[in-house]
Ligand binder design. Structure first.
Ligand SMILES: [Zn+2]
Length: 350
């Protein structure tokens, strides 16, 4: 046990919002850290130092639209800390006309993306050969002012994943009460789900799978060559979604297209979403889409997902929450009532 903790022992139950997991909360420096990764004191001390760095980086955030400031700091397997391994979020408003208000939000760079870009710039990431072997992120810490620790969104998990290992630590902190949670990357974006046999599927879901397979062959993928497809089953209809590559590499995804296809028809009673790809695993950004939609439908635990791997010819199943267990949702930025009001308005107009 570190000297710091000998002087300041503080053990308490984790807040109930953090799930059924009964973890101990340990005070390290100024932070109360819920130790979900069951790590030792030296790792917790690193987490507290990184949280302080992230809190400092957060001060330079420019979230013009949301006012939701986020700071992020990274630690790599290189021995020294660097002040350059941090970043903050920024948002971009756009209108090419002379219109004044409201100016639409067109894009956002998240703190994790900013921190990773900064780390690459200072040559602290991405090198495959260094005196220490492959350089990768061992810990990412983010800090917000949300009432509870806000986990990295699906998109940021994608950003981190390219430079992380399954056991990379993801630390989410809030300056409210200086509470933080530490967990492993693989727990934030799991890759193992129960298999389901085709003969167990009802006819409408077998049709859904067929439609998603057709969509996987219909993508416009001259750049990525990614043969993924998706289909959404509502109480009325099946909607396909294809992937479409773009020269700026901001490609559309099959899964998001399928969901948007259903929304275009104001057909919001989504029961099942089927995704087809080589490994059947949606990327983080798609997991975020599923979580957001399930959140709007209040179906994080009930919406059914069918994930088909073309490589294995196997179907796996899970819920949106199992796909993104610590999903970042509207409630994290205090917009849950606005989301529900929008859903009610759309349903009334349907
Ligand atoms: Zn993010």
């Amino acid at each position: 046990m570190s000297q710091q903790q000998k002087q300041h022992p503080q053990i308490q139950d984790a807040p109930s919002e953090l799930g059924s997991f009964r973890a101990e909360t340990i005070q390290v420096l100024d932070w109360n850290i819920v130790n979900k990764a069951r790590v030792d004191d030296s790792v917790l001390l690193d987490a507290a130092k990184l949280l302080n760095m992230a809190a400092h980086a957060r001060e330079s955030a420019l979230p013009h639209h949301s006012n939701f400031k986020v700071g992020c700091a990274l630690k790599t397997n290189l021995p020294a800390y660097s002040p350059n391994l941090s970043g903050a979020n920024s948002e971009y408003l756009g209108s090419f006309s002379n219109a004044t208000t409201p100016i639409p939000l067109v894009n956002a760079q998240h703190a994790e993306e900013s921190a990773v870009a900064s780390a690459i710039k200072f040559d602290a990431l991405g090198r495959t050969v260094s005196p220490y072997g492959k350089v990768y992120i061992t810990m990412s810490a983010t800090v917000t002012a949300a009432p509870e620790p806000s986990p990295s969104c699906g998109n940021c998990l994608d950003t981190l994943k390219g430079y992380s290992q399954p056991d990379t630590y993801i630390v989410s902190g809030t300056i409210t009460g200086n509470l933080a949670v530490i967990q492993h990357f693989e727990d934030c974006a799991p890759v193992h789900f129960p298999e389901i046999l085709p003969e167990w599927l009802p006819d409408r879901e077998l049709r859904l799978l067929q439609e998603a397979k057709i969509a996987a062959k219909s993508g416009f993928v001259p750049i990525s060559g990614d043969l993924s497809g998706a289909a959404v089953l509502t109480s009325k209809e099946i909607y396909r979604g294809i992937r479409r590559d773009q020269a700026d590499y901001h490609c559309s995804s099959a899964l998001r297209t399928a969901v948007d296809h259903a929304f275009c028809h104001t057909d919001l009673d989504i029961n099942t979403i089927c995704y087809v790809s080589k490994d059947g695993l949606p990327v983080g950004k798609d997991r975020q889409t599923i979580y957001d939609v399930a959140n709007a439908l209040q179906a994080e635990d009930t919406l059914r997902l069918l994930l088909y791997s073309t490589d294995e010819d196997k179907i796996y199943t899970c819920s949106p929450r199992e796909l993104l267990p610590f999903g970042f949702g509207a409630c994290d930025i205090g917009l849950e009532s606005e989301v529900q009001a929008t859903m009610s308005k759309l349903r009334e107009g349907a």
